[in-house]
Write a protein that binds this ligand. Structure first.
Ligand SMILES: O=C(O)CCC(=O)C(=O)O
Ligand SMILES: [Fe+2]
Length: 349
């Protein structure tokens, strides 16, 4: 099906109505109908629309990413973070021009008045070996480039690690490509609206490990990850069963986003909020330091770097003029946000 979608309800009136309501839980959306056409697909897009206009967060089930692929990625994360600091330092983010590689504990800080965050990370982007990355890009934009992989010489698990991580990366990339047309329908756009804009998607993935600490040793200024919004269009997050992720509603209350087996958590990022003239909401979230080691894998999905973030016609009106008249490309926007957040690690590198 490719036709311009029929509006589900008036997008603007629903956006106004939902911006005046609040949420105290996060909806679970069944993606079984993602491959359907007609009314079932429209109904699915309607559920996604309500979630994006209200909480900015939802779970998806029946997403078709194989369980073994997810388990393989978590095992790879455990194996990597359990190696030596020498192996981790061999791929330190300080060696990357592009935010790729390993970040040690406390080197990230979403809230400048804090003292760092209690997680370590391994960052990667669209890997050239997948044959999808675009060369070059304009000055000031985020560039596609090589990832930093540990070599076989320093770690005998290196090849298996890369394979498991890229298997997961490719599977979640496909899920992102299933979601973009549904977001288009949710915005009353032709479902192919994003196709040309996501040929070389800015898809940055992170393996995260939060060490467990006893509650009495928690320092308020050292969160697991401090309150923040994500930068890209949307995030596909897989978390283990430990818990600690919380989402802030409009009243300022922190709502738990617990582990639900077999699901991913999807949340809207600032690029989508800006692009949709704030019809989609990008919601603050944080992770409390867990009492036992926690692993998670966020995957940040953006559009091609050179795409200008101009709100589509369905997102503006006389009553809702464009709030962001300064036109930025997606790549320049994300780079400016990464530069702000990653100052700590660059100084430390
Ligand atoms: O670890 C999590 O559950 C959330 C991570 C997160 O919010 C992020 O990396 O942006
Ligand atoms: Fe986040």
């Amino acid at each position: 099906m490719s036709s311009q979608s029929q509006p589900l309800h008036s997008l603007h009136s629903l956006a106004d109505q939902l911006s005046n309501s609040d949420f105290d839980s996060i909806p679970i959306i069944d993606l079984s109908d993602a491959s359907e056409s007609g009314t079932r697909r429209q109904a699915l897009a309607g559920h996604i629309r309500n979630a994006c206009l209200n909480a900015g967060f939802f779970y998806v089930k029946n997403h078709s990413v194989p369980t073994e692929t997810v388990a393989g990625a978590f095992q790879a994360a455990r194996d990597f973070f359990d190696t030596t600091s020498e192996i981790k330092q061999s791929v330190d983010i300080g060696k990357s021009d592009n935010f790729r590689g390993y970040m040690a504990l406390l080197t990230e800080n979403n809230v400048p008045s804090n003292k760092g965050e209690l997680h370590e990370a391994f960052n990667l982007g669209l890997d050239p070996s997948l044959g999808l990355a675009q060369e070059g890009g304009s000055a000031g934009e985020l560039q596609h480039s090589e990832n930093l992989w540990p070599s076989d010489q320093v770690w005998k698990g290196a090849t298996g690690f890369k394979q498991a991580v890229l298997d997961y990366y490719s599977a979640v990339l496909k899920l992102g490509q299933v979601l973009f047309p549904l977001f288009a329908l949710a915005l009353d756009l032709d479902e192919h609206f994003f196709d040309e804009k996501t040929r070389f998607p800015a898809a940055i993935m992170r393996l995260l490990r939060y060490p467990g600490i006893p509650p009495e040793q928690r320092d308020e200024r050292i969160p697991g990850i401090g309150p923040h919004t994500d930068f890209e269009c949307f995030t596909i997050l897989c978390q283990d069963a430990v818990g600690g992720l919380q989402v802030q509603n409009k009243k300022g209350e922190w709502i738990d986003a617990p582990y639900i087996p077999g699901t991913f958590v999807i949340n809207i990022g600032d690029q989508f909020a800006r692009w949709t003239n704030d019809i989609f909401v990008s919601t603050p979230h944080r992770v409390l330091p867990p009492t036992s080691t926690r692993y998670s894998i966020p995957y940040f999905f953006g559009c091609d770097h050179e795409v200008p973030l101009i709100p589509p016609s369905t997102c503006t009106s006389d009553e809702r003029p464009n709030k962001y008249p300064e036109i930025m490309t997606a790549g320049a926007y994300v780079k400016s946000r990464l530069d702000e957040t990653y100052t700590v690690s660059k100084v430390a590198a």
